[in-house]
Design a protein around this ligand. Structure first.
Ligand SMILES: *[C@@H]1O[C@H](CO)[C@@H](O)[C@H](O)[C@H]1NC(C)=O
Length: 276
């Protein structure tokens, strides 16, 4: 009879645990995130079908699917301050390359952005892949075929389904085509110039080594001159009044109690070396 209560509690514990686990197993609600609308298509009369950041810039590229027009916009902090700048597309659906403002796309589904800021368009209804660069719009794949298919090979003769998306893969310098309609992932190797960053940021970094080199040279020069004049300066300082103030202002605490010229010159050299 003593076993009955413990069995009861065991079953109760089992039921409680299973109830607890059934709640826990479904969802794990991680707190700490916030949702904010930053682009409101109602205000701007667009439907932002796809959006991506441009590399090394604070700009976004936004696609309005219905008109096939691409816009750029500074990364918005609130939906009130969005200003769309037309990037490419004349607003009519079609298949036309050339100048950014007069190019036409036909139901562009999504796009990818390379390191240079070129935009590759999955131009769904044209079964083609288009490229928007600063010099205009071109067709890089599916240009000849313009029909549905799954043919690989030279890109202009290749065919795609009417449902595919693009992803840029920097490590491979390639586009991947998630070709839903064909149940395939396909790869288009890009030109190496499309995968080199030609951004103001990298130019800034490129300039930095010269600046650092200049600083390093001035440090080395300072130390070299200091050592070179040391033998000539020290005897004079010794023979002169030892209470003379050092010629150069020292910011180090140790320099404040320097009473002799020898120590101040040495600490000057130390200071010069440390600041290098
Ligand atoms: C690609 O298509 C063009 C135009 O139809 C054709 O002239 C060319 O021979 C094709 N090339 C290949 C490799 O199929």
């Amino acid at each position: 009879m003593a076993a009955a209560p413990s069995l009861f509690y065991f079953l109760l514990a089992l039921v409680t645990a299973s109830l607890f686990l059934s709640v826990e197993a479904g969802l794990i609600l991680e707190d700490g995130y916030t949702v904010t609308t930053v682009i409101d298509g109602h205000d701007l009369n667009i439907n932002p079908y796809h959006v991506l950041p441009l590399p090394h810039s604070s700009d976004l590229v936004v696609l309005n699917y219905a008109t096939g027009v691409f816009y750029s916009a500074a990364f918005p902090t609130s939906s009130k301050e969005v200003v769309l700048r037309p990037l490419a597309g004349d607003g009519k659906l079609g298949f036309s390359d050339g100048e950014l403002g007069s190019a036409q796309f036909n139901k562009p589904k999504n796009f990818a952005v390379d390191l240079k800021g070129n935009v590759y368009v999955a131009d769904k209804a044209n079964h083609a892949i288009r490229k928007i660069s600063s010099s205009g719009v071109t067709t890089i794949a599916g240009g000849y075929s313009n029909k549905i298919g799954n043919k690989d090979g030279p890109a202009q003769n290749a065919t795609f389904s009417n449902d595919f998306e693009l992803v840029f893969v920097a490590q491979q310098c390639a586009l991947l085509v998630a070709d839903h309609g064909n149940q395939l992932v396909r790869q288009i190797t890009l030109k190496s110039e499309d995968c080199t960053t030609a951004s103001p940021a990298s130019q800034g970094l490129g300039a930095a080594p010269w600046w650092i080199l200049g600083l390093a040279l001035s440090c080395v020069f300072g130390i070299a001159v200091g050592f070179a004049i040391r033998p000539y300066v020290l005897p004079r300082l010794r023979t002169g009044t030892s209470q003379q103030q050092p010629l150069l202002v020292q910011q180090d605490m140790e320099a404040l109690d320097n009473q002799s010229g020898e120590r101040s010159l040495d600490s000057l050299l130390r200071h010069q070396k440390r600041s290098c």
